[in-house]
Design a protein around this ligand. Sequence first.
Ligand SMILES: NC(=O)c1ccc[n+]([C@@H]2O[C@H](COP(=O)([O-])OP(=O)(O)OC[C@H]3O[C@@H](n4cnc5c(N)ncnc54)[C@H](OP(=O)(O)O)[C@@H]3O)[C@@H](O)[C@H]2O)c1
Length: 222
Amino acid sequence: MKEISKPYIILSAAMTIDGKIATRKGDSELSDKTDWKEVHKLRTEVDAIMVGKGTILKDNPKLHIKYYNNRGYYRIVLDSNLTIPLESNVISFRQEIYPTIICTTENVPLSKVKMYEDKGVKIIKAGDGKRVNLIKLLPILKDLGINYILLEGGGNLNWSFIENNLINEIRLTIAPWIVGGKEATSLVEGMGFEEIAKAPKFELFDVKVRTYYITLRYKRRQ
Ligand SMILES: NC(=O)c1ccc[n+]([C@@H]2O[C@H](COP(=O)([O-])OP(=O)(O)OC[C@H]3O[C@@H](n4cnc5c(N)ncnc54)[C@H](OP(=O)(O)O)[C@@H]3O)[C@@H](O)[C@H]2O)c1
């Protein structure tokens, strides 16, 4: 695949022993305080945090930093038809420190765009397909000065990045539960690859073991 000019992407997630990032009802409370602190530390090092619409609808996260002083960063949400509630925390909570960008498609009418812009949100349109086109979007983000993105899921957005081989690094915490369930969200959803040889390969470069948790860090093999 042709390399594009894009930010460095770090996928970050906490998953169960059986590879789920949320239960079938959407409960994703997998991290303990030590893990959250590490994630928040990582957030201090990036220019943006990115999530999919599903994560906004299920968790309504603020995507802020609790444990450290920080200079702020962009919160980026992928929402192809501009449907997340205007009252979502990513819109109402502290845009002066964590400005919000919603990435959508050309199919969205200007009147709808204006409703979000009136709330201080920046809208970027990438592609005219059913979903936001990552190959078009990432160079636009890079041009805005966004060089490092922490991709915080969920499973469907993770798949789009993996499918297009766009992940540079992974930080994965394995939490001490097994939740099961075909309908529980896996770390990576989507169609999946048919053959291992076609899937991106990652090299383990750091392992942290605690009593209940393991944190693994991988880099993409070139
Ligand atoms: N444990 C963890 O670390 C962790 C982290 C994050 C999330 N989660 C959990 O994951 C669950 C949500 O995951 P999810 O898979 O349902 O949703 P998701 O990946 O957060 O969002 C997927 C949605 O994003 C939109 N989207 C826009 N462009 C896209 C693109 N190019 N590729 C993929 N999606 C695109 C699509 O909706 P439109 O077509 O409408 O645009 C799609 O349905 C929640 O339960 C949350 O709690 C867990």
